[in-house]
Structures are given as structure tokens and as C-alpha cells.
Design a protein around this ligand. Structure first.
Ligand code: IPE
Ligand code: IPE
Ligand code: MG
Length: 237
């Protein structure tokens, strides 16, 4: 069995609404319960010596939801940082954000910017959260930045390579993503990390995010250990 060290795990926290519906509760009750799993899973991430966790919290497409749900989601985000910032500091966690946060409610922008600033020198772990994130938007942003460098004669067009693209993504300073887990049974990426996941292992679990406990996460880590990452090579048995 392969023994693959995981440096970076990415998660799509999905199924909050269906979890709530199953219980006859409003969708937002699912988001509230889902928030509790975030720190539980991040504790397991740290216990397993995984350096970075990237979380999909709000996509560029999620603006199409009712305003009342969006408002509450960002309230929960504020509460999450308020409740956990001291622990994040204690554990040497750096908070990073992916996505265009200028469209977020002002109070959430403030919360997020403060968390980033406060934790910027920490380097034991990274808590990377995608907010108003879309992979296509990220690739457009990267393309514009690279084109600008070429236009300003700071970069030769022949020197553009895969690293140049990586350098202009939100994840530029992070290790490659080893494992991507999506909860809730959906088997799609929903505009998440299209470039970064090119060689990652995927696990799709039917469990709704609010039911995705530490034990369920650790089952995924075990499953990852059975994977054979060949990267196109032939591996002799
Ligand atoms: C994931 O759960 C949370 C966000 C997208 C913010 P959903 O709200 O998508 O839950 P389902 O998929 O409708 O069950
Ligand atoms: C993806 O989940 C986005 C987040 C988890 C934040 P969605 O529930 O929005 O994705 P779709 O609509 O099922 O593709
Ligand atoms: Mg969903």
C-alpha cells in the first residue's frame, strides 16, 4: 500500500440544505450545523499533520441564491472567525482567502481582512477559504495579470510556462492539492480549482457536510492511502 503524505486537502462542503430539509428545518439550520464541522475537520487536519486545508465556502454562482440565505451565510462566516480566531492564533494557523472579496458584505470583508492580517506571520498550518470564488474567474484574473506583464515588457511571451500560470493563482504560495473531497453525493467540481486539481485524488462521499465528522474525514484519509498516484508513469508491481 502506498504511503502518501498529504500536504494539502481541499474540500467542497456540500449538502447543508438537504441535511436540513431531511429534518424539516430551514436550509440555514444546515449551514449553522455545517459551520461546526469546519473546526472539527480542521482539528483532524492538524492532528494528521496536513499543512493546508482549502475550503469552498461561497462560489461566484452562489449569488444566485435568495438574498436572505446569502445574508445569513455571511453572518455565520463572521461568527466563525469571531469564535475561532484565538485558537487559530494559538495553533500558528495562517488564514488565506481565495476569491474577490470586494463583493462581500462590508462586515464580512472587515472580518476576513482582520483575520488575514492578524495571522499573516503564522506558518504551522494554512486555513484557506474560498469566498466568492470561481475557478474560471481566477483564470481570467491570472490571464489579465500575465498579459499586463507582457504588455509592460516585464515578461517575455516565450517565458510563459505552467509555473507562470500557477504563480498567478490564489494558491500560488501553497503546495499542490493531494486530495479533494466533496460531500453530499454530487460528482462535479462546480467551478472549483480546475487548474490546481489536475493531478489530485478525488473522493466523493454521499454524506452531507453537517454529518461529515472527524471519523468520516479520517476514513477518506485511509482511502487516499490506497490510491496509486502514477502521474502518467508505469509503476512496476
Ligand atoms: C453547501 O451546502 C453550502 C454552500 C454552497 C454555501 P448547500 O447549501 O449547497 O446544500 P445543498 O446542496 O442545497 O443540499
Ligand atoms: C459548491 O456547491 C459551492 C460550495 C460548496 C461553496 P453548490 O451547492 O453551490 O454547487 P452546485 O450548485 O450543486 O453545483
Ligand atoms: Mg449544494
Amino acid at each position: 500500500m502506498a504511503n502518501n503524505q498529504i500536504n494539502h486537502v481541499a474540500l467542497i462542503m456540500d449538502g447543508n440544505g438537504r441535511w436540513a430539509k431531511k429534518r424539516g428545518l430551514p436550509r440555514t439550520a444546515g449551514h449553522e450545523e455545517g459551520c461546526k464541522r469546519i473546526i472539527e475537520i480542521f482539528d483532524a487536519v492538524k492532528a494528521n499533520h496536513i499543512y493546508c486545508m482549502t475550503l469552498y465556502a461561497f462560489s461566484t454562482e452562489n449569488w444566485n441564491r435568495p438574498k436572505s440565505e446569502i445574508t445569513l451565510l455571511f453572518r455565520y462566516l463572521d461568527k466563525f472567525f469571531k469564535d475561532n480566531i484565538a485558537d487559530l492564533m494559538r495553533d500558528g494557523v495562517r488564514v488565506q482567502v481565495m476569491g474577490d472579496i470586494t463583493r462581500l458584505p462590508k462586515h464580512s470583508q472587515k472580518t476576513v481582512l482582520e483575520a488575514i492580517k492578524k495571522t499573516k506571520d503564522n506558518n504551522n498550518y494554512v486555513f484557506n477559504i474560498a469566498l466568492n470564488y470561481g475557478s474560471r474567474q481566477e483564470l481570467v484574473k491570472a490571464t489579465k495579470e500575465i498579459a499586463t506583464l507582457v504588455k509592460e515588457n516585464k515578461l517575455d511571451i516565450n517565458d510563459i510556462n505552467e509555473q507562470t500560470i500557477s504563480d498567478h493563482l490564489y494558491t500560488s504560495n501553497l503546495p499542490p492539492i493531494d486530495l479533494m473531497i466533496r460531500t453530499s453525493g454530487e460528482q462535479r467540481l462546480s467551478n472549483y480549482l480546475l487548474y490546481q486539481l489536475a493531478y489530485s485524488e478525488f473522493i466523493f462521499t454521499p454524506t452531507y457536510w453537517p454529518d461529515f465528522t472527524k471519523d468520516k474525514f479520517e476514513e477518506c484519509l485511509k482511502e487516499y492511502q490506497t490510491r496509486d498516484r502514477r502521474y502518467g508513469k508505469i509503476v512496476e508491481e
